[in-house]
Design a protein around this ligand. Structure first.
Ligand code: MG
Length: 265
């Protein structure tokens, strides 16, 4: 069953969304050659707890860290490590917090120092796919519209679209119905209603879409060893359109200003 959130619930989703977005933006500024994913994990853990929230990932089916840190060919669910990140790496940082009983979940892929144009494009297109998936999240639309929006853009670039992992409904639980695949056909699957909250999270690979899981039972990597990028937001579907919840207050202002500018007089 898909749970539509009440106005009160949505206020709590907004609060936790903003909280985890602040953590994400702090981590973004910390990523540089020499820092380890364990340093980033520890910083995220502290920020989330200092804000009075709980790092949702810790203990989730036994997951041991506050963030998932997935470097280069790691797609998702990577373990934090003490090895320093190196110039030219890309790192996906996925994080979630629980606050006042509701969960906010987001991820970004960040360059470590200078990276190749090929990797810059992979990250950019992954973010564009996320944005297109968000824009496809409309009242009376269908979940298949989201997957289609992501797929048709990713395929223009020949990227492998990971099918083994999907986005998801979100609310009091991190993972609620429905599953939100990053591929699909418009007009298919569940009908979207006001109050639904989704975490949309395209995972795009430079090579094959095929994945395998490492012996740590968590870290998912590309089968061909080529790099992968990941981006995620939590959003609410409202009668006015999709509302991204995992933005900082500053980012919301900028986004609203940009939208006002594009509205014809
Ligand atoms: Mg998620």
């Amino acid at each position: 069953m898909i749970i539509a959130k009440s106005a009160k619930d949505l206020d709590k989703m907004r609060a936790v969304g903003e909280l985890i977005a602040e953590v994400r933006e702090s981590l973004r500024t910390m990523v540089k050659p020499g820092i380890s994913t364990m340093d980033l994990n520890d910083a995220a853990d502290k920020m989330i707890r200092d804000a009075g929230a709980i790092p949702t990932f810790i203990g989730y089916h036994g997951f041991p860290y506050a963030i998932c840190a997935s470097v280069n060919d790691e797609i998702v669910h990577g373990f934090s490590k003490k090895d320093p990140l190196k110039e030219g790496d890309i790192v996906s940082l996925d994080m979630a917090a629980t606050f006042n009983g509701f969960v906010g979940d987001c991820a970004m892929t960040v360059p470590v120092g200078g990276i190749t144009d090929e990797l810059k494009q992979l990250i950019r297109v992954t973010e564009e796919c996320l944005e297109l998936g968000i824009q496809a999240s409309r009242v009376n639309g269908r979940v298949g519209d989201i997957g289609w929006a992501v797929q048709q853009h990713a395929e223009k670039f020949g990227y492998g679209i990971v099918r083994d992992y999907t986005g998801h409904g979100i609310g009091r639980q991190m993972h609620e119905a429905p599953q939100i695949p990053n591929h699909g056909r418009a007009g298919t699957k569940e009908k979207i209603r006001a109050g639904y909250c989704f975490a949309i999270e395209p995972m795009l690979n430079l090579g094959t879409a095929e994945t395998k899981t490492l012996s740590d039972k968590w870290t998912v990597v590309t089968l061909d060893g080529k790099p992968s990028a990941h981006a995620e937001h939590t959003l609410a579907v409202t009668l006015d359109g999709p509302e991204i919840l995992t933005l900082t207050r500053e980012q919301k202002k900028l986004r609203n200003a940009a939208r006002t500018e594009t509205v014809p007089a």
